[in-house]
Design a protein around this ligand. Structure first.
Ligand SMILES: O=C(O)CCC(=O)C(=O)O
Length: 280
């Protein structure tokens, strides 16, 4: 079935760097991802980490690139509309999958994701990259991921937050990098004056998704009511201008070693069964 995406939605994505699309995934995809997440939580990848644990033991769980070990995620990557959504938004001829990441807040978690851009952390470089962010439960705009529209276009690499510091359980082997050298500007204080930055977020139902360019400033989410949790599945996609890039500092997750094992070198286009072409 043809995807119901309008020219206006594509134009919004390209202008603002973010767009919310309603009812893109039917309930079978949501049930599949929930079943995958339940399996995934039993056997997380070595990268998995609790980002926050408060005094009431409420947590924020994060993991990435788990798809090879979770058949439900694999099916979603190769068969769901996500790759085509990415292709239509980016206006790309070819879409390769980069990685999945999950963000799971237990009920009442107040943890807010620090403001950041994604692409400067990645082991690839390009403008034509996006994330499809999908809540598996209903979420209110004030608790959903938030964005600074247009911030993907300035060409600025903002100071990178060191996600390695989010490690309340003291897990060893956490990727800690010195980010300072590559930053071109401090991250502005967006949270104290979101209106001044035109910050946007949306009320969303399972089946809706936000698609965002990986250079956009985004953060927030969390601050959940006591009885409300939030599980989010994200998939990251690579379009036409993207090449492998191993940065001297600040890669997180750092996929350079696994890319080398797959014969990928800086300057290469995404390829191999690590970064498979999924669309068309
Ligand atoms: O959902 C969240 O809290 C963070 C998501 C995020 O930063 C991302 O997908 O890049």
């Amino acid at each position: 079935m043809a995807l119901q995406i309008t020219d206006e939605q594509v134009a919004s994505f390209q202008r603002d760097g973010v767009v919310m699309l309603q009812s893109m995934f039917d309930p079978t995809w949501i049930e599949l991802l929930k079943a995958g997440l339940a399996e995934h939580r039993k056997a997380p990848s070595p990268r998995a980490r609790i980002w926050d644990r408060d005094e009431q033991d409420r947590t924020m769980f994060w993991d990435s690139m788990a798809w090879q070990g979770v058949p439900q995620y694999q099916q979603f990557v190769f068969e769901s509309p996500a790759a085509e959504i990415a292709g239509r938004m980016l206006g790309s001829q070819q879409i390769n999958f980069y990685f999945d990441a999950v963000f799971v807040r237990s009920p009442g978690s107040q943890f807010e994701t620090p403001w950041h851009q994604d692409e400067p952390y990645w082991s690839v470089s390009g403008h034509d990259t996006c994330t499809v962010w999908m809540p598996l439960e209903p979420v209110k705009a004030k608790n959903a991921l938030a964005f600074v529209p247009g911030s993907h276009l300035g060409g600025v690499v903002f100071d990178q937050y060191d996600f390695g510091t989010l490690n309340p359980d003291g897990k060893t082997d956490v990727d800690r990098s010195d980010f300072a050298a590559i930053a071109e500007a401090d991250i502005p204080d967006i949270s104290s004056n979101p209106e001044a930055f035109g910050v946007v977020s949306w009320d969303m139902e399972p089946g809706d998704c936000v698609v965002f360019n990986s250079r956009i400033l985004h953060g927030g989410s969390g601050q959940l009511p006591e009885d409300v949790g939030l599980s989010v599945f994200t998939s990251k996609w690579l379009g036409d201008d993207v090449h492998i890039a191993f940065r001297e500092q600040g890669m997180d997750p750092d996929f350079s070693e696994i890319m080398k094992e797959h014969g990928l070198a800086p300057g290469d286009r995404p390829a191999t069964d690590l970064l498979p072409q999924v669309w068309p």
